[in-house]
Write a protein that binds this ligand. Structure first.
Ligand code: OAD
Length: 254
């Protein structure tokens, strides 16, 4: 019943935002942050994912990001990433917005050809594990290099000004890139459906993106094995794993 309602809402929508979190990548082998086995169960965010942590101990922070790079770099997009990429390439008016820094939406887009791949590229709200940027100037580059955190000298450095570089991810206490923020909320406030996949909905402003669609009279469809703070806003909540539910929702006959 919920599934059919979700399919109907999606087929009638003129603009769709797909908002994703760590849960969409869980079945690719990427650890989530909260819940059983979540990264924040074993590590303290304030020691590893804040500007203060980096200022205090850049080697420790880079070591952790190097470990995550190696782990995530070996993961592949799953059926849910692929179904979302096909949706964005097949239909006009679809925006993919992700909190994930794992690059798997971009990898899924990369499996499509030419202009289809471009249409399926996500807006990465929290940056990327695979982009490095300077702590002083505006230099940045995409790379998948292994990180040598044995000394400050071996950490990544800016290739323009020589200063220490850092992962181009958004840490706790930092603001989103203003253009990315503006594009995300603009898309959400014009969407008739926001399909929310695998997020705990507790990190702001990301969670408010779905609420922006709700407030303009659009519908939230939530895919998550558990209830979240976004569930009360959802017109349709489907409890289950992304790879099963999302493919089922999106591969329905038109
Ligand atoms: P969380 O780890 O907080 O939440 C993951 C969500 O995915 C939970 O609600 C799970 O129930 C759900 N989930 C787990 N397995 C799933 C599956 N197979 N299919 C569908 N859903 C599944 O991750 P996020 O909500 O993405 O930010 O976390 C938001 C932000 O908090 C992250 O971007 C990161 C983190 O700290 C920063 O680092 C700034």
């Amino acid at each position: 019943m919920e599934r059919e309602h979700g399919q109907q809402l999606l087929s009638r929508a003129d603009r769709i935002v797909v908002l994703t979190g760590a849960g969409i990548s869980a079945e690719s082998g990427v650890p989530t942050f909260r819940g059983e086995g979540g990264l924040w169960k074993s590590y303290r965010a304030e020691d590893l994912a804040t500007p203060q942590a980096f200022a205090k101990d850049p080697r420790l922070v880079w070591e952790w990001y190097g470990w995550r790079r190696a782990l995530v770099g070996a993961c592949k997009p799953n059926e849910a990433h692929l179904a979302v990429a096909r949706l964005a390439s097949d239909r006009d008016g679809v925006s993919i917005i992700t909190q994930n820094v794992d690059g798997l939406h971009a990898d899924a887009a990369g499996q499509l050809s030419g202009s289809s791949a471009q249409r399926a590229m996500p807006l990465e709200l929290h940056g990327s594990l695979f982009v490095t940027r300077c702590t002083v100037c505006d230099w940045q580059r995409a790379d998948r290099d292994a990180i040598d955190a044995s000394s400050i000298e071996t950490l990544p450095h800016c290739q323009r000004c020589g200063a220490l570089a850092r992962p181009a991810v958004v840490w706790f206490g930092e603001s989103l890139n203003p253009q990315v923020h503006e594009r995300a909320f603009h898309a959400a406030s014009e969407a008739s459906v926001c399909l929310v996949i695998g997020t705990s909905g507790v990190v702001q402003p990301a969670a408010s993106i779905a609420v922006a669609t709700y407030q303009r009279g659009g519908a939230i469809i939530e895919v998550n094995p558990t209830e979240t703070p976004l569930s009360p806003y959802a017109a349709v909540s489907i409890r289950g794993r992304a790879s099963v539910i999302v493919t089922d929702l999106l591969n329905a006959p038109k």
